[in-house]
Design a protein around this ligand. Structure first.
Ligand SMILES: Nc1ncnc2c1ncn2[C@@H]1O[C@H](COP(=O)(O)OP(=O)(O)OP(=O)(O)O)[C@@H](O)[C@H]1O
Length: 240
């Protein structure tokens, strides 16, 4: 794929840098990004999604650097992002919300409307396309967020804690959708849930304190200490 961080330094206003001279490449395929609270997962995804910009160094995908305004829309078309919290747009149906998000990202109204059908089918929401977005479940609303990230046929999808707060059944549905989506694009998912990593993710990335503590194949990660939890504990200073 991959999205590359080249000697990036980034800090929030008047705060210590979260990343300092950070160099890393997201693995190809379906990866999970683990780390305790405040480790820098959302910041990494925000930089990778071109919502945040490094004060020095660069982030790029296929040599496109979104810090240059003229490259930004092309970058955002190819790299989709789903935020932690998805809100229903008042008065919109599910299809209108997904289509609106495509329009906001530069698709024509007609194209966004047309593509919203496939994007909703991709996330198993075809049957609720005409329902009000405010009348669907929290798990379904997350999938509306994923459909909105997919509407561009992005090559990379970045998902920030997509299953946080969902019940086990909704989590399983979301995992099935991610598994399907990952057959056609690279996926990076940040999560606190360390269970069942092996079925879905080819690679594990562990960050703590703005540093990558581990990046490699899921099987190699698990072998570190024999189980996901123990391996995780080897790489971070505290439990997530
Ligand atoms: N908008 C912000 N303004 C100031 N500091 C921030 C902001 N967002 C995050 N931080 C700080 O940056 C650091 C990294 O936070 P980040 O949200 O990237 O971590 P995280 O691993 O995603 O944590 P969590 O799992 O709790 O979401 C933390 O110290 C956090 O307090």
């Amino acid at each position: 794929m991959p999205i590359t961080f080249n000697r990036c330094t980034f800090g929030y206003r008047r705060r210590q840098p979260v990343l300092r001279d950070f160099t890393f490449e997201f693995p190809a395929g379906c990866s999970v990004l683990l780390g305790p609270n405040g480790a820098g997962k959302s910041t990494l995804l925000g930089l990778a999604a071109s919502l945040l910009y490094a004060s020095s160094g660069s982030v790029s995908y296929d040599r496109i650097d979104p810090a240059y305004r003229r490259e930004r829309s092309s970058y955002r078309r190819r790299v989709g992002w789903m935020p932690q919290s998805i809100r229903a747009v008042p008065g919109f149906t599910v299809r209108e919300q997904v289509s609106y998000s495509g329009w906001l990202k530069g698709l024509s109204r007609a194209d966004a409307w047309r593509r919203s059908v496939t994007a909703l089918e991709d996330v198993n929401l075809g049957s609720v396309a005409d329902r009000r977005a405010s009348n669907i479940s929290g798990g379904q609303l997350r999938r509306v967020g994923l459909a909105s990230a997919l509407i561009h046929d992005a090559e990379v999808i970045l998902l920030d804690e997509p299953t946080a707060g969902l019940d086990p059944r909704q989590r399983e549905t979301f995992r099935e959708v991610i598994s399907r989506v990952s057959e056609r694009c690279h996926v990076v998912v940040s999560t606190h849930q360390t269970e069942d990593l092996t079925d879905l993710y080819h690679s594990v990335i562990v960050v703590d304190d703005g540093t990558v503590r581990f990046s490699g194949a899921t099987a190699r990660f698990v072998e570190t200490a024999g189980s996901i939890e123990d391996s995780y504990a080897r790489f971070v200073s505290e439990e997530a």
